[in-house]
Design a protein around this ligand. Structure first.
Ligand code: ATP
Length: 475
């Protein structure tokens, strides 16, 4: 029995479906040989004409050598190169810094460009999935330039149209291993332009001794260590709150003590007070004399936090309608509340009431203290929400060595791990090494805190201990 009217209409498989419409395809036309030859000649001429502009020094040297040989036979280039060698030697001895910048690093950049990046570019990018295909052709991002600094290579890259820097950010591990670098960072320069930063060696492998105490304390840029590129790691405390997270032994103490050390001149002239909460009774007790207040058990710590909240609210009341920001002074000093192992108060303390009061006080301080000169610097071992649900109230965070990859984004924010913030891969033999977010860079920056030894703390206490709070009291 025919069933032509039942169910959906049947269409012949050879006809285009209505949704597809008519398909136009480009006819395949064979390119005549003369056109291919013409195109090759054009490329060769263009290469030769642009050569002096792209490589002026190399072209000048080769032309001078060729000219000298033409005019004077072999003694010509021999004396020219001899003279160049003498000039180079004198330059190297007399001005080593400029020689390094203009000669050594440039030669190194050329070498790395040719023998590392260009040589391995295609296989590494194809295998790591960064080569794009379109109409059966493969497109690779193009290396524009390679430059070298003392510690890293910078590979400037033009992206394939239709791709984004995020594609590189998710493959930093593949790129680092592919080019045999300890790590890789992606910096976005502009539309379709990125720079890949490959350190050549670990500049933070050696511990850093305690930094010199500065003459004046700039509370917005306290020197507490060094960044991977050799620049100082400057920590802002005034106008923000800082959470330093890392497993036990990761060096949280060195971040706290380096910050206190950098503030010593201000502690001495009483424009800064440090209030210390030390539930483990190990980290901060050593420098007790430097602190305006000190508490080392749950009850007294909560009382101290509530005192800080009360002082902060008094100050806010005085400022209301008269002053919108805080300037540290003797009358209204900047108060830094340092909490070692904040989870002891908010999660581990056996008394529920203590936990609740501590959490309330820390939440109030971190949400209202910024503009009236109260800041919190807290250390934490386990950043999970169940343990520390206040972590988002700390605008600045330091990720020391962490246990799990997932914890990196909890501390440094979404996407930090993709951008190279591998705090979970920090080696246990590198305490004090951390990743931080800087205002100047969206990608996390690797840093190392200076190590303030027990002897340094004793020396600090002897020199600055009594001067700091002769008007205050130690709880
Ligand atoms: N910046 C640093 N440079 C070199 N070594 C360091 C640094 N910081 C800490 N160390 C070394 O690591 C050890 C542990 O450091 P620290 O006690 O500060 O870790 P922590 O994270 O505070 O640990 P915990 O949470 O158990 O208190 C120190 O005794 C010291 O030997």
């Amino acid at each position: 029995m025919p069933q032509s009217k039942v169910g959906s209409a049947q269409t012949s498989p050879t006809l285009p479906t209505p949704a597809h419409g008519v398909r136009w395809t480009t006819p395949i036309v064979e390119t005549p040989g003369i056109v291919v030859l013409g195109s090759w000649i054009w490329r060769l001429v263009r290469f030769l004409v642009t050569l002096p502009f792209r490589f002026p020094v190399t072209v000048a040297c080769l032309s001078a050598s060729a000219g000298a040989w033409w005019w004077f036979d072999w003694p010509g280039p021999a004396s020219l190169w001899g003279l160049a060698a003498v000039v180079s030697l004198v330059w190297w001895r007399a001005w080593p810094d400029t020689y390094r910048t203009w000669v050594t690093l440039r030669l190194l950049a050329w070498w790395r460009h040719v023998f590392v990046y260009r040589r391995h570019w295609q296989p590494v990018l194809v295998i790591s999935g960064l080569a794009e295909s379109y109409q059966e052709r493969r497109y690779l991002p193009r290396i524009r330039r390679v430059t070298c600094s003392e510690w890293a290579d910078y590979v400037r890259v033009t992206l394939v149209a239709g791709t984004a820097p995020a594609d590189f950010e998710t493959r930093v591990a593949e790129l680092a291993h592919g080019f045999q670098a300890p790590s890789c960072r992606v910096v976005v320069d502009g539309p379709r332009r990125i720079t890949l930063e490959f350190p050549r060696h670990d500049t933070l492998a050696e511990p850093l001794d305690a930094l010199d105490v500065p003459d004046t304390a700039d509370l917005t840029a306290l020197p507490v260590g060094r960044c991977e590129d050799g620049s100082p790691w400057l920590l802002r405390l005034h106008g923000t709150h800082v959470l330093a997270a890392g497993v036990t032994g990761s060096g949280k103490g060195s971040v706290i003590w380096s910050a206190v050390r950098a503030m010593l001149p201000a502690i001495a002239d009483r424009t800064v007070q440090v209030w210390a909460l030390d539930p483990k009774r190990m980290e901060l007790s050593y420098g007790r004399d430097l602190f305006a207040h000190y508490a080392d058990d749950g009850e007294s710590a909560v009382a101290l936090l509530e005192l800080a909240v009360a002082d902060m609210q008094n100050r806010a009341r005085r400022y209301a309608g008269k002053q919108r920001s805080h300037v540290p002074g003797r009358k209204d000093p900047f108060v830094l509340v340092v909490i070692d192992e904040v989870a002891f108060l908010t999660a581990y303390h056996p008394d529920r009431d203590v936990r609740r009061r501590a959490e309330n006080a820390i939440a109030t301080l971190t949400s209202q203290g910024r503009s009236v000169g109260f800041s919190v610097l807290a250390a934490l071992q386990d950043p999970r929400k169940e343990v520390m649900n206040l972590r988002n109230l700390f605008p600045d965070k330091v990720a020391l060595r962490l246990d799990e990859a997932s914890q990196v984004d909890m501390i440094l924010g979404e996407g930090a791990r993709d951008r190279g913030g591998n705090a979970h891969l920090i080696h246990p033999t590198l305490p004090g090494v951390a990743y931080v977010r800087m205002e100047t860079s969206p990608a996390p920056v690797r840093v190392r805190a200076a190590y303030v030894s027990d002897d340094d703390i004793t020396a600090m206490t002897n020199a600055y201990g009594s001067a700091s709070f002769s008007g205050g009291e130690s709880s």
